[in-house]
Design a protein around this ligand. Structure first.
Ligand SMILES: Nc1nc2c(ncn2[C@@H]2O[C@H](COP(=O)(O)OP(=O)(O)OP(=O)(O)O)[C@@H](O)[C@H]2O)c(=O)[nH]1
Ligand SMILES: [Mg+2]
Length: 241
């Protein structure tokens, strides 16, 4: 077993404007890093670009899916891939530079002493750049609400820049993770926390995407609002897996 095998999973939908610049930065942070792109048949040809890069880069991997199926299921596919291979540390990361690759070494340092490291926008103040106030308030209140309903002591439960030890993903029944948007992040954190794993938040600076289009929707918000209640009740009834 190789302790240093790291997989960074990046789900993509139309990220051709970002990936060619992002990938070299990510790879440069640690020589144990592999990257898995989970692409949902992006019309801009993201997958063909990756296919081509893979000819000369054995650290790059690709899962192609037939249609846009959402972020949560993309990560589940990525987690299963990581568990089939012998990756020990598994990251979630966006393709749009909202998640600065320069933070990767900090995550790797912190994961030595815990099981999940969460990049947090809301510890040490509010570290979000270029979001409209509406969106910032939504995200901030969503986190307050989540903390209140679930009791989980986390300031940023909806963030998507994080890493897990392999054993955390092994302990969670991945086929039972049902949510797909921001709720997906909450669900993974809650399940890891309830199973007794040690979660640690570290401050990150989140910068809104400059290139490409947002995929945020009202449906994603509604899903999160109901999901926290489901998690709470399942947990009380002992049905959480
Ligand atoms: N495979 C896959 N990737 C997706 C899907 N939706 C979003 N993504 C990717 O997931 C990451 C986060 O999506 P974003 O659109 O940046 O969502 P966001 O960060 O909430 O919103 P913005 O930054 O404002 O666009 C990006 O790398 C997207 O390309 C999807 O349905 N399938
Ligand atoms: Mg984004």
């Amino acid at each position: 077993m190789n302790e240093n095998k790291i997989l960074i999973i990046i789900p993509t939908f139309n990220e051709l404007e970002n990936l060619p610049r992002l990938l070299p930065e990510v790879f440069s942070k640690n020589e144990g890093i592999d990257v898995l792109i989970v692409d949902d048949n992006s019309p801009d040809g993201t997958a063909s670009f990756i296919d081509n890069e893979m000819k000369t880069n054995s650290r790059l991997h690709l899962i192609k899916r037939e249609s846009k199926q959402g972020l949560g299921t993309a990560y589940i596919a990525g987690f299963k891939y990581a568990l089939q291979k012998d990756y020990q540390i598994i990251f979630e990361m966006d393709a749009d530079f909202s998640h600065d690759p320069a933070e990767i070494p900090k995550f790797l340092e912190e994961i030595k002493n815990c099981d999940v490291v969460l990049g947090s926008r809301y510890i040490n103040g509010v570290n979000v750049i270029n979001w409209p106030m509406r969106r910032l308030l939504l995200s901030w209140f969503a986190n307050l609400y989540t903390r209140f309903i679930t009791g989980m002591p986390i300031h940023d439960a909806t963030g998507g820049y994080k890493c897990f030890r392999r054993k955390v993903l092994q302990a969670i029944d991945l086929d039972r993770v049902k949510s797909n948007g921001y709720a997906f992040q909450i669900e993974m954190n809650f399940k890891a926390w309830k199973k007794g794993f040690k979660l640690k938040e570290i401050p990150i600076i989140f910068v809104d995407r400059i290139k490409g289009k947002s995929k945020m929707s009202k449906k994603i918000v509604r899903e999160a609002v109901t999901m926290v209640w489901k998690l709470r009740f399942k947990s009380i009834l002992g049905l959480l897996r």
